[in-house]
Design a protein around this ligand. Sequence first.
Ligand code: THU
Length: 138
Amino acid sequence: MSERELIREALRMREKSYVPYSGFAVGAGLLTKDGKVYGGCNIENAAYTPTNCAERTAFFKAVSEGEREFSAIAIAGGRAGEAPSDYCAPCGVCRQVMAEFCDADSFQVILAKSEDEYKVYTLRELFPFGFGPENLME
Ligand code: THU
């Protein structure tokens, strides 16, 4: 699975976003270590706080199907109905969810404007010194 293919999934998932309040559509493509891809979109709510980000939608879909090991996520976001004009970085809550399941030094976070224009970070770069499962182990 190439970075381009994972970005294509994120861009495809943007079209599924439910964003009547922000008008900001985000899509994510999450790659498991054994090569499966789970897509996610953001899903908003009239009460606002129940809103789920695209990244967490992808993680929760995957984990609920039994997946536990991930190698990368591609994220694309911007005004609904338009191509992304900027990079969309994951929010702090989504970074925390990534930290629960992913190795900080090897998990790759791909921020994409298009299949050709993207940046790649490790989770460690985006979420240094986080609180994770290892903090609760003796
Ligand atoms: N959002 C995401 O889905 N992922 C991000 O990385 C940033 C923010 C969503 C939440 C909300 O539906 C909209 O974008 C505006 O914040």
